[in-house]
Design a protein around this ligand. Structure first.
Ligand code: COI
Length: 329
């Protein structure tokens, strides 16, 4: 068996090599996004592992069949960027890694909230942009224990976020279309309750056709003027132009944005030296009440090892003719 991994960062390589040695399986790797052209590099391999948030298209899946490859194993959880119908038509099995480290993303969401509550962006701007270093009234923060945190999505990540915020003394309210039984927190009946009542709204649901631009002008108007929005879920859930409008018009007080609409191939290229040109990213980056990060909430050593190991185990299993638990429907 020969496997190949696409869009590999330097920090993944030791884990890939270790897995290959332990399993006595050749694992090739490259630094490219997987698309209908780069798939040619997989010629002679039996299965592909990949991590990207740009699309896996029908054109790509047609090429899988031509190379006689039937297995694609994601190293991440999100499947919103996959043409699942085209994959099915070409008889391609796909796995994801549903839980590589929910704690990594949850902790990042809490970090973003703390960064915003304690006005770290204002302190950073004063020193690093204005080259001054002194007290400022702009730096007065808010305690987490005085906040109501609204969590939308109570899967593994959302539940860990709830535990962390509860541990810090916040009041937590949550919404999920499929609420858990016996929750250790308070559910509200609809998303509007969260947007109206929460001081911090944090999103933890997958991207679906239903929640595209769920957070838009109307919702920002509904939110408290001093509310913070945290998005470590998917960019498509928040209308970025409306977010900028809301921040400029003080409809909300700040935002932590780890996922933004229309993520580019460049964002996912860990070796890129390109300067950022996305006007929305640049606008947000200049706001001291905003923190923007390049979809990096997942990125801890624990998560990376789990992503590589679980993805390659799934791929080996599929190529061997097995049925991994992580098969995507
Ligand atoms: C995911 O696991 O789906 C993420 O959002 C992480 C990212 C590396 C794609």
């Amino acid at each position: 068996m020969k496997l190949i991994a696409y869009n590999v960062r330097d920090d993944e390589i030791p884990f890939i090599k270790q897995w290959g040695a332990e399993n006595e399986i050749e694992v090739g790797y490259n630094t490219q996004i997987l698309d209908s052209k780069t798939i040619e590099k997989a010629k002679g391999f039996d299965g592909i592992s990949c991590l990207q948030t740009i699309p896996y298209s029908a054109e790509l899946f047609n090429k899988f069949s031509k190379l006689d490859i039937k297995s694609l194993s994601l190293r991440n959880v999100g499947i919103d960027n996959i043409d699942l119908e085209a994959a099915k038509q070409n008889g391609i099995e796909i796995t994801n890694v549903p839980a590589y480290s929910p704690e990594s993303i949850a902790e990042f969401a809490v970090f973003m909230a703390m960064f915003l509550l304690r006005k770290a962006g204002y302190m950073y701007q004063q020193l690093h942009v204005d080259h001054q270093f002194h007290f400022s009234s702009d730096f007065m923060g808010r305690l987490i224990e005085d906040q109501t945190v609204g969590v939308i999505g109570t899967g593994r990540i959302g539940r860990h976020v709830i535990q962390l915020f509860q541990g810090l003394g916040a009041k937590v309210i949550a919404f999920d279309k499929f609420p858990m039984k016996n929750p250790f927190f308070e559910y509200v009946d609809n998303e509007e309750d969260i947007f109206e009542r929460a001081d911090i709204v944090t999103l933890h649901m997958p991207a679906t056709a239903d929640n595209d631009h769920l957070v838009n002008k109307e919702i920002f108007k509904m939110m408290k003027d001093d509310a913070l929005l945290i998005n470590t879920a998917r960019g498509s859930i928040v209308d970025t132009a409306d977010l900028i409008w809301a921040l400029e018009n003080k409809e909300i007080a700040g935002a932590g944005i780890d996922t933004i609409e229309n993520e580019s191939a460049d964002l996912q290229d860990s070796r890129s030296t390109k300067l950022v040109t996305d006007k929305n990213v640049l606008k947000l980056a200049n706001m001291p009440n905003v923190i923007v990060t390049p979809h990096s909430a997942f990125h801890t050593a624990t998560a990376v090892k789990n992503m590589v190991d679980i993805s390659l185990n799934n791929l080996k299993n599929m190529v061997d003719g097995g049925t991994p638990d992580d098969l995507v429907d």
